[in-house]
Design a protein. Structure first.
Ligand code: URP
Ligand code: ZN
Ligand code: ZN
Length: 463
């Protein structure tokens, strides 16, 4: 069995930091002590000196779409390519999504995705199951789904055109069934009726910039209000994916004040990019849904992040090549989505930790421990404790580098953050005790990623 001793590192979990040695045997962390005594160190143990580096739990990107087949095309990053770029970004687990194949059951839909990912992924993964229509026997189907380790479902309040939208009454049934089965509902919030109303009054030419005009933040606000009211009615928690606007945030605030448990995810692009990007020469490359907003929205979300009003930062990584993105300049048909997994930890560190607005433990909470707790993967993932999976990264908090199309690894071959100088870089990434990326070299090709079953969501989570 391989063993590794990480010596002299500064360990961070979501609440504390301390200088210690960490011993890994096989796939697990077996000991963490101030100084691990020589007689505990197995012969042949590899010793890594982590002096000056931070040891963090493996990052979890809780919102990815690798190898997504949609709108007549497939996203640029396959499961292999997604795993590789994730390893460079310190990400050891992603949470991806299974489409709802309405010709079969939810569990079968999930199984298909789990099988496809198990065959090709080189990092671990959990899964959320999309629901796009009411199954005939939802109780039986949810029970079956839970049984295979998928305890989180994803619904949309928009995308009627691609068959994802369910009527309000159906949503209500899905919510109350999830409540009965102790499952968590994640929601993409944009009110489709309002979007239709905006579109009916629009007389523009559907240029790239009008993506933001046609999907205003008011739509997000209305959907958050509605979803919050459903959660209140059903007395359950709800998770909002990729919150993008101050209006949406203010809705979350008033719902929380009323006692509704709204869990909020945002993404680096809603924190750091604004809609002026849509006016640039290759504006299509900045199209995702919801769209980029105003600078004021960035700042509101940034402040909320620092004030701990946001629970999770994840990326919604949904990469298309430049050719795919630029194949249309009509905002209704540009493939929506951008890459992001690889850049996430450096961007968040640069903004929040390097500027001393947040400490590293708080960053660990946002990028690893919180998603693990919320989605039922904790403590196996998202922690540094003896007995848990040896998923960890060595992170250099002082390394200054510039994100560039040439030094990131997405098969889309571009980063929306190209040219940004950031402080903080992943030096080594370990998945279950195996080095999968180190010093800018990918080593994960022969490592098999595994499906991680979700236990009870939210069991360990308190804001
Ligand atoms: O534009 C985006 N976000 N594409 C991915 C699908 C989604 O809505 O999350
Ligand atoms: Zn979405
Ligand atoms: Zn998404």
């Amino acid at each position: 069995m391989n063993s590794i001793l990480i010596r002299n590192g500064m360990l961070f979990d979501s609440v504390k930091s301390y200088k210690a040695d960490m011993l890994v045997q096989g796939e697990k962390i077996v000991a963490i002590e101030k100084e691990i005594s020589v007689d505990l160190i197995p012969s042949g143990c590899e010793i890594i000196d982590a002096d000056g580096l931070c040891v963090l739990p493996g990052i979890i990107d809780a919102h990815t779409h690798y190898h997504l087949v949609s709108r007549g095309t497939t996203t640029a990053d396959s499961f292999e390519e997604g795993s590789k770029l994730a390893a460079f970004g310190g990400v050891t687990t992603v949470i991806d999504f299974a489409d709802h194949d309405k010709s079969t059951t939810l569990a079968d839909s999930a199984h298909k995705r789990i099988d496809a990912m198990s065959a090709k992924m080189h990092i671990d993964f959990a899964l959320h199951q999309g629901i796009y229509g009411l199954p005939r026997d939802i109780d039986r189907e949810l029970e079956e789904l839970s049984g295979i380790g998928v305890r989180v479902v994803k619904i949309f309040t928009t995308y009627k055109n691609v068959g994802y939208l369910m009527p309000s009454e159906t949503l209500r049934e899905v919510f109350s069934a999830c409540k009965r089965h102790n499952m968590l509902v994640c929601v993409h919030c944009e009110d489709d009726d309002y979007l239709e109303q905006v579109a009916s009054q629009y007389d523009g030419d559907f240029s790239v910039r009008d993506h933001a005009v046609l999907r205003p933040s008011e739509a997000e606000k209305r959907a958050v209000d509605f979803i919050g009211s459903l959660a209140r009615e059903c007395q359950m928690s709800v998770y909002i994916v990729h919150l993008s606007s101050e209006k949406g945030l203010n809705s979350v605030r008033s719902l929380r004040k009323d006692g509704v448990d709204i869990i909020v995810e945002t993404t680096p692009h809603y924190l750091f990019l604004d809609k002026s990007r849509l006016l640039t020469e290759n504006g299509s490359m900045y199209v995702m849904t919801p769209p980029l907003r105003e600078k004021a929205d960035n700042i509101a979300l940034q402040d909320a992040l620092i004030a701990r009003e946001i629970d999770v930062v994840a990326t919604d990584h949904c990469a298309f090549t430049k050719e795919q993105k630029l194949s249309s300049s009509d905002c209704r048909t540009i493939y929506p989505g951008i890459p992001g997994t690889e850049e996430m930890v450096s961007l968040v560190h640069n903004f929040a930790v390097a500027s001393s607005r947040m400490n590293l433990s708080q960053m660990v909470a946002l990028l690893s421990t919180n998603p693990a707790k919320i989605f039922g993967l904790y403590p196996r993932k998202g922690s540094l404790e003896p007995g848990t999976d040896a998923d960890f990264i060595l992170f250099d908090p002082e390394h200054i580098w510039t994100i560039d199309d040439e030094n990131i690894h997405s098969a889309s071959h571009y980063s929306v953050y190209s040219g940004e100088q950031v402080v903080g870089k992943v030096v080594m990434t370990y998945l279950r005790g195996q080095l999968i990326a180190g010093d800018d070299v990918y080593l994960g090709k022969s490592v098999k990623g595994r499906f991680v079953k979700s236990d009870i969501p939210l069991e360990h989570y308190r804001r």
